[in-house]
Design a protein around this ligand. Structure first.
Ligand SMILES: Cc1ncc(COP(=O)(O)O)c(C=O)c1O
Length: 313
């Protein structure tokens, strides 16, 4: 339980050196939230912290949550549940995965990991999965599993946002811009809430869609933020040769691994915008590394099938 203690964890800000930054006279640091824990890293730690504390305070002994077959949230919840002694049940999208479970687990690193953390996996069809927030479906889960504490897909709820408000600390007031990858919008909402008034928070969505502005506005009343929609690379989980090259180059030059679904798209976007002269001279940028590195192995298997080069781990 020590790991999820009430003390707030401040991750380090690592300075990046690169000729593109020198040329633009812009400073870039990366907040290494990915280093918080091997399995419960980045925004997952932040989102789970207060949810797990509440589950325990209310006397629950099980957590139910939802995700796709490569979900960072599923992997992290499985590990976190094991750490704090809560049973975890993962409702996974895609009932075809259950047909040959041994094969699925041997081929899918995320689900195999969740399984080793003793998460109970329940596979449902895409159609049923779409009903995941309905009372009827949740009641059927209660009948099947008994009472449980519910954490939504992607882990975003009010307590997750409270946790994400701890990503920035007082010393981060020195930055002009804070950048963050966006999926459900929970992480950026927390960052916006705890940002300083002179700062601008820029979100880089990893997926297509206009719904995010509305979603984020539900969780924050501040207006010092914007979304840059140009770097989703065709949609959620989609990547191409150029992004793979960027990830591998970044790893080689900076010794920082990037996850292909979220943080790589954000950093690609930041560098592209710096190169295009979007940020004035002397701008100080902080990019939040939200973890997600567990997904690289699964992505590499997909890349191999598509005859694309692998991401170096
Ligand atoms: C590694 C990583 N970064 C960023 C995000 C985006 O977070 P959010 O869904 O809170 O917008 C996610 C998704 O949860 C993630 O797994």
């Amino acid at each position: 339980m020590q790991f999820f203690s009430s003390e707030s964890i401040n991750s380090i800000n690592q300075s990046i050196t690169h000729s593109i930054l020198d040329h633009a006279q812009v400073m870039l640091d990366i907040k290494r939230e990915d280093q918080i824990h091997k399995h419960v890293s980045g925004n997952k730690f932040r989102k789970l912290k207060y949810n797990l504390a509440k589950a325990r305070a209310l006397g629950y002994d099980a957590i139910v949550t939802f995700g796709g077959a490569y979900s960072n949230h599923i992997a992290a919840t499985a590990a976190a549940g094991k750490i704090v002694g809560l049973k975890t049940i993962g409702i996974i999208r895609g009932d075809e995965l259950e047909k040959n479970l041994d094969k699925t687990l041997s081929e899918n690193d995320t689900l195999q990991f969740a399984n080793t953390q003793q998460m109970q996996l329940k596979f449902v069809s895409r159609e049923i999965y779409r009903n995941k927030t309905t009372a009827a479906f949740l009641d059927s889960l209660k009948t099947e599993f008994g009472s449980f504490y519910l954490i939504p897909e992607g882990g975003t709820n009010d307590l997750a946002i409270k946790g994400c408000e701890e990503i920035l600390s007082a010393q981060d007031s020195e930055y002009d811009i804070v950048c963050c990858a966006v999926g459900t919008g929970g992480t950026i909402s927390g960052i916006i809430n705890s940002s300083f008034s002179h700062q601008k928070i820029i979100g880089f969505p990893a997926l297509k869609g206009d719904f995010l502005v509305k979603e984020i506005s539900r969780f924050t009343s501040k207006t010092n933020w914007e979304l840059v929609q140009d770097y989703h690379f065709g949609g959620y989980g989609k990547i191409n040769h150029e992004l793979i090259e960027f990830i591998n180059m970044f790893k080689e030059q900076q010794q920082i691994a990037l996850d292909p679904v979220y943080t790589a798209k954000m950093l690609f976007g930041i560098f592209d915008r710096i190169q295009k002269g979007v940020f004035p001279k002397n701008t100080r940028i902080l990019a939040v590394h939200t973890g997600g590195l567990q997904g690289i192995a699964g992505m590499n298997k997909k890349l191999m099938k598509k005859k694309l080069p692998p991401i170096t781990i």
